[in-house]
Design a protein around this ligand. Structure first.
Ligand code: NAI
Ligand code: F6P
Length: 391
């Protein structure tokens, strides 16, 4: 069995590639990082280490890699594949679409075998979004055939894989926990059998539970932690005020999720506690600047902060703590993050309110705007007085 996986990065190697290998797939990675592609082709294997006592390791074998620019080779691999997956980042999906379309056209010309393409990204409707991009490159004649033979089931993926800094370029350290849920209603042909992959009828509750708990909680810690001078998530969450704000924000999203999806309150609270415990893992050493990366994406109306905050206001829940994190995200001035730099320059050029509207799409006069404004003042007090670490 052959799987083509776009993105040989942290999640690609540390999660999806590992599970596919364990399920018996030969995995061909596609990446634009030449050093990574060369190393994978030279060694045909890499190590995955668990961030747990004793750092247990396993080896992923039977792997190789293609350069993303080699569209002909990538298309040929897709034509032969049994499964295609991605973990490149939401903003990269449009850039891999033409190669996937070329592969689909090649495949449809010679075979009737169904194929599923699963985007494993932190976004709602990732595979559906990729499908739109791919269809933009498919010739008219292939679209009807593709609709019957090529599935794009949406997925939710959860495993914390921080930035890697090892002498061994391929080694990847991951947390023990993982969850991969796929919408089975969109699968064509036989469902790929991968241990650790769970098929669900309705993905919405899974992805919202994950995005509005793991990613919301993480974002709250990252943006408040950055403001208060912490380098890593596990250090930041030790701060009592940050811990309180994180629990507060997850209290707001929990109330929303329980109303929206009918989750059992106690069971959901156990899920929240498990997530909070994952954030404290000192072996992950996960930088707040990684977790806070791309703040414009993270502040967008559907994403982990503004998404639940807007929905909270519609359900009578005041999103004070989410508002605090939104205010902190607007202050994330990490110079190596292009989106952070853009927000700061927008604030300078157009003012705080306009920058808030530009990033979040919160309509002028919306009650959430007032909540964020109030929390921005609170944040200023925090950071200018006793809470900035080391002062
Ligand atoms: N790291 C984590 O803990 C988790 C990440 N995710 C999601 O997984 C996705 C990937 O994240 P990471 O693995 O952390 O990022 P990463 O930066 O480690 O990996 C992304 C890889 O994609 C490659 N890439 C970039 N442009 C490409 C192109 N045009 N064609 C092929 N490959 C290309 C990069 O060279 C890199 O190797 C994101 O959507 C992220 O939100 C989801 C759950 C957990
Ligand atoms: O990968 P993104 O969307 O930039 O956000 C970082 C977040 O995603 C994760 O990498 C994985 O869920 C988390 O560690 C963090 O909440």
């Amino acid at each position: 069995m052959l799987a083509v996986h776009f993105g040989a990065g942290n999640i690609g190697r540390g999660f999806i590639g590992q599970l596919l290998y364990q399920a018996g797939y030969e995995v061909v990675f596609v990446d634009v990082n030449t050093a990574l592609v060369d190393e994978l082709n030279q060694r045909k294997a890499y190590r995955v280490q668990l961030a747990a006592a004793g750092k247990p390791e396993s080896v992923v074998e039977n792997v190789s890699a293609l350069q993303g620019a080699d569209v002909e080779a990538v298309a040929q691999a897709i034509a032969n594949a049994d499964l295609v997956t991605t973990a490149v980042g939401p903003h990269i999906l449009p850039h891999i679409a033409s190669a996937i379309a070329a592969g689909i056209s090649k495949r449809l010309a010679t075979s009737e075998r169904p194929l599923n393409v699963i985007a494993c990204e932190n976004m709602i409707g990732g595979s559906a979004a990729l499908r739109e991009h791919v269809y933009g490159f498919l010739p008219e004649a292939d679209r009807a055939l593709a609709a019957a033979k090529i599935g794009f089931p949406n997925a939710a993926v959860d495993r914390i894989v921080p930035l890697q800094q090892h002498d061994d370029k391929l080694l990847v350290m991951v947390e023990p926990f993982f969850e991969w849920a796929v919408d089975q209603s969109q699968v064509v042909g036989e469902k790929p059998q991968v241990a650790g992959l769970t098929y669900v009828d309705d993905l919405a509750p899974y992805i919202e539970r994950k995005l509005f708990t793991v990613n919301t909680g993480h974002a709250v810690i990252a943006y408040l932690g950055y403001q208060m001078g912490y380098a890593t998530i596990d250090a930041a969450i030790q701060n009592a005020e940050i811990a309180k704000a994180t629990r507060g924000a997850l209290g707001e999203t929990s109330a929303l999720l329980v109303i929206k999806h009918g989750f059992d309150e106690q069971e959901h609270q156990r899920y929240v506690e498990k997530i909070l415990e994952r954030f404290t893992n000192p072996m992950l050493s996960d930088e707040v600047t990684r977790v806070g990366r791309s703040p414009i994406r993270k502040l967008s109306a559907q994403d982990r902060l503004v998404g639940p905050a807007l929905q909270c206001t519609r359900h009578g829940i005041t999103p004070d703590y989410l508002g605090l994190a939104i205010a902190a995200a607007l202050e994330f001035d990490y110079p190596e993050d292009a989106e952070a730099v853009r927000i700061q320059s927008d604030k300078n050029e157009f003012g705080w309110e306009q920058a808030l509207h530009n990033c979040t799409g919160i309509p002028a006069g919306h009650s959430l705007e007032e909540v964020v404004r109030k929390q921005a003042r609170l944040l200023q007090e925090w950071t200018s007085t006793h809470l900035r670490r080391g002062e």
